[in-house]
Design a binder for this molecule. Sequence first.
Ligand code: AQP
Length: 355
Amino acid sequence: KPRVFSGVQPTGNLHLGNYLGAVSRWVPLQDQMETIFCVVDLHAITAGFPDRGELQKATREVTAAYIAAGIDPKKSIIFNQSQVREHAELAWIFNCVARIGWMNRMTQFKDKAGKNRENASLGLLAYPSLMAADILAYKATHVPVGDDQKQHLELTRDIAQKFNNDFADRIKDLGVGVPNPEPSPETPEELFFPITEPMIAGPATRIFSLRDGTKKMSKSDPSDLSRINLTDDADAISKKIRKAKTDPEALPSEVDGLKDRPEAENLVGIYAALAGKTKAEVLTEFGGQQFSAFKPALIDLAVEVLAPMTNEMRRLLADPAEIDAVLKAGAEAASAIAEPILKDVRKVIGFLDVR
Ligand code: AQP
């Protein structure tokens, strides 16, 4: 049965890229598949330990954003990662499956570690191994994320494949595998972990900075004008879009005309994603118009979509009891899935179980 897993780090400044590239795309999946959405707080300490209060606040904020965006705790499991021990345990085992060379090739590690790589935390290097554990502790089959996570998902597939291959005989002998749906001479007859499908599609797989159309919209960008935060009010949204970098040309009538115009392409992509349209449809409407006409339309649309969400987030955050109850129930439901899977993993590895 298809099972979806995805997550966002509670590192503050949740932005339009996180919403359009990830959370908003999860909403319709709830009616099609089993869905598990995590606030990945173990990941949030890889680039340094935030203040205790900040980490707790950001964890509730991401949870509120999920619910406000339409993730329904009755349909989906919502929880924070550190509450389910299996993530950390499986990540450790995957640290021993994955190779250092695989991790060293990750572009996100290179970007985040910067020049002083020797001084980055070991956790930052092992980040993708924990991400693989997040997904595979539930044997999730589908992972909807933004384009920046593509390389990490390929690594998740490599880890699953290596585990399935290295332990093929044990998996078969212990009867803990399922028949390989795509048998080939290179793959075992039975699989323990599924080979996860990335879901990266639509007009908003990568939203760029409002100040620089070649840089991804990011939580850690020092300029607050570079991103629209999900906590921004209508005035802030309006100011940021008015100040967004553009070029002097009118909008083209066809998508081809956006080539080499990263800022224009970004704003058209944002409009398309917010309106649930394609870029081509947006250009049919706005082709030939100047940014002085397009930006006000974009502001109206952004406020229309985001304001109800921001209000609902504020309501939820005013009394954290409701959020904490959702996270508690979610952690229990998530553990109920992950525990038996990890029990089988321990058997496959051969850890002596004396309890
Ligand atoms: N700019 C983006 N466009 C589309 N999708 C994006 N995502 C992040 N930025 C964009 C998607 O959001 C989900 C959660 O990502 P995360 O919590 O790992 O956030 P992040 O990638 O750490 O966010 P930032 O803003 O990029 O933080 P910093 O500044 O720390 O690097 C993922 O599905 C991601 O693809």
